[in-house]
Design a protein around this ligand. Structure first.
Ligand SMILES: N[C@@H](CCC[C@H](N)C(=O)O)C(=O)O
Length: 258
């Protein structure tokens, strides 16, 4: 089979993107997905996304982690899929689309994509970390100097040790200013640090607000691959109108025999 693909990245979190409106992609072939994401033998990416038709919205995003397994929500992947839908002429500057955790609204202006995340009220606080689910599960932990932190080894230890088989993504956060944080993420399903994780950046911003590390309702986050912002409203115990914003770009396109 000759497969036409596009490569996208959002703050360095990169994805193989496939227009699967024809439903021709063999969706249960996990080995094929992990091969396509392999940086040495395949195209190379943190994940693979299928854009498909959806009965109730503009399109559906189906997300796979680089290990080949279908995943939960990918925030940066969602932003890249909106850019891809605009490229394909499916949407103009606003959209509602379906993902693993339900419907999302988004806007696109140039390469800047703002993605609405689901409302969130369940935040678990532990002595030195916070756990919350922003479409994907996230452990958020403040550290002194995130640049020199051993994200891979400490992340891996927590991902498997604390969260077992299901696992969690693990975010390490450093406060830089009243409304600005640096975040590095060990990603489940990639089993490595990625340059950015959208659901992780969202989780970190909300966790920092929840823990009174910031009083800002728009939080700026420096990921390894670029900058994102997260704005939200707090309504009692619930965070609402949560928007993850930042760039999403097509890098190249091609075809691969598989
Ligand atoms: N990179 C993603 C997160 C993808 C999901 C994650 N790897 C998981 O399996 O939980 C993002 O930008 O949110």
């Amino acid at each position: 089979m000759i497969l036409k693909f596009y490569k996208y990245q959002g703050t360095g979190n990169d994805f193989v993107m496939i227009d699967n409106r024809s439903l021709e992609f063999p969706k249960s072939d996990n080995k094929l997905v992990s091969f396509l994401c392999d940086r040495r033998f395949g195209i190379g990416a943190d994940g693979l996304i299928l854009l498909e038709n959806d009965e109730t919205s503009d399109f559906r995003m189906v997300y796979y982690n680089a290990d080949g397994h279908e995943g939960s929500l990918c925030g940066n992947g969602g932003r890249c899929t909106v850019a891809f839908a605009k490229f394909l002429g499916i949407i103009d500057d606003k959209t509602t689309f379906n993902a693993a955790d339900g419907l999302h609204q988004a806007t696109i202006n140039g390469n800047l994509v703002s993605l609405q995340m689901q409302d969130l009220s369940d935040i678990k606080t532990k002595p030195n970390y916070v756990f919350l689910d922003t479409g994907s599960p996230h452990h958020v932990q403040l550290v002194g100097n995130v640049d020199s932190f051993d994200v891979f080894n400490e992340g891996k230890k927590l991902r498997f040790g604390l969260y077992g088989k299901t696992g969690s993504n693990i975010n390490f956060v450093e406060k830089l200013k009243a409304d600005t944080f640096a975040v590095r993420t060990y990603e489940r399903g990639v089993e490595n640090e990625t340059l950015s994780c959208g659901t992780g950046v969202t989780a970190a911003a909300l966790a920092m607000h929840y823990q009174n590390q910031t009083s800002a309702n728009e939080v700026f986050v420096k990921a390894q691959g670029g900058e994102l912002s997260v704005r939200f409203k707090k309504d009692g115990d619930t965070y609402r109108d949560i928007y993850l914003s930042g760039p999403a770009d097509q890098v190249f396109s091609g075809q691969i025999e598989c």
